[in-house]
Design a protein around this ligand. Structure first.
Ligand code: PEP
Ligand code: MN
Length: 298
């Protein structure tokens, strides 16, 4: 009993003093660079959008056109899908990742996609940021491998993980030598069934306060319902998040995965319009491409 208390106390002291994720006095937010002119953790609020899963060339190309036209710098899309049922669409695998990288490049976008197995790393060449999904937040061998690869990692919070467990998972990446880490709150499992998960905005504020890492919000998996995506996104921007990961599909009703939470193209345009006012109020700015920034600075 006494030993357990001592152990827990030691762990707490270690986390509060030694952990590399923690902010430390006056340390600014770490900037995670995804591409030229695209970084998380600065003044810019970065919206990453795209379908849950890459389905076929036309679908991802149309999604990319929407994402670029809306002024978002990053295209999302899953090729390795962690589906609850083995009978659900599992994603296109390697060819899907290539399709995402090529499509994103063609539209001048950075890209983010989920990696489930370190053995797949070679397929992710050309992807700007590697996503560790909620189900893999504590897949320590994956985290150790991604720590060594030195590329930007998006670490989603597990749906049953405490903030401390989430930060300790990030610690595996930092302790292994990779500081290019972005935290993503995507909703946790609670007693509530009206939404797919419960968006924990307190965790966003806490993670921003305690760590030096950029923190973003995924309102799509948090709610599971497209009509909640815009209000939750605005709330995320208001409470200090550094960006969003949003599911958008050219035809949500046809989606092979997560159609109920996907915004249609006009939903993304609407979201981007509404974000501006909130961001101005909190002293942030929606990401803009470099030349436009220069024009404003003159
Ligand atoms: C996703 O972003 O496609 C995904 C599967 O999210 P999560 O890991 O948060 O469920
Ligand atoms: Mn999804």
């Amino acid at each position: 009993m006494f030993q357990n208390i001592l152990k827990a106390l030691m762990q707490q002291i270690l986390l509060n003093t030694k952990a590399r994720v923690l902010r430390g006095a006056g340390r600014p937010t770490t900037r995670v660079q995804l591409a030229l002119g695209v970084a998380l953790g600065g003044r810019d609020f970065v919206v990453m959008a795209g379908p849950c899963a890459i389905e076929e060339p036309r679908q991802i190309a149309t999604a990319a056109e929407t994402v670029a036209a809306a002024g978002c710098p990053v295209l999302r899309g899953g090729a390795f899908k962690p589906r609850t049922s083995p009978y659900s669409f599992q994603g296109l695998g390697d060819p899907g990742v290539r399709l995402l990288a090529e499509t994103a490049a063609r539209h001048g976008l950075a890209s983010v996609s989920e990696i489930m197995d370190a053995g797949d790393l070679p397929a992710f060449e050309g992807i700007s940021m590697l996503q560790v999904g909620a189900r893999n937040m504590q897949n320590f061998s994956l985290l150790k491998a991604l720590a060594k690869c030195g590329r930007p990692v998006l670490l989603k919070r597990g749906f049953a993980a405490t903030v401390e467990e989430w930060l300790l998972a990030a610690e595996y990446l930092l302790d292994g030598g990779n500081e290019q880490v972005v935290l993503c709150e995507r909703g946790i499992r609670t007693f509530e069934t009206a939404t797919r998960n419960t968006l924990d905005l307190s965790a966003v504020v806490l993670a921003k306060e305690r760590t030096h890492l950029p923190v973003i919000v995924d309102p799509s998996h948090a709610s599971g319902r497209r009509e909640l995506v815009i209000p939750l996104s605005l709330a995320a921007a208001a409470c200090g998040a550094d960006g969003l990961l949003v599911e958008v599909h050219p035809q949500p009703q046809e989606a092979l995965c997560d159609g109920a939470q996907a915004l249609p193209p006009e939903g993304l345009f609407d979201l981007m319009r509404k974000l501006r006012g909130i961001l101005t109020a909190v002293g942030r700015e929606l990401w803009q491409p470099l030349p436009q920034k220069k024009a404003i600075a003159l």
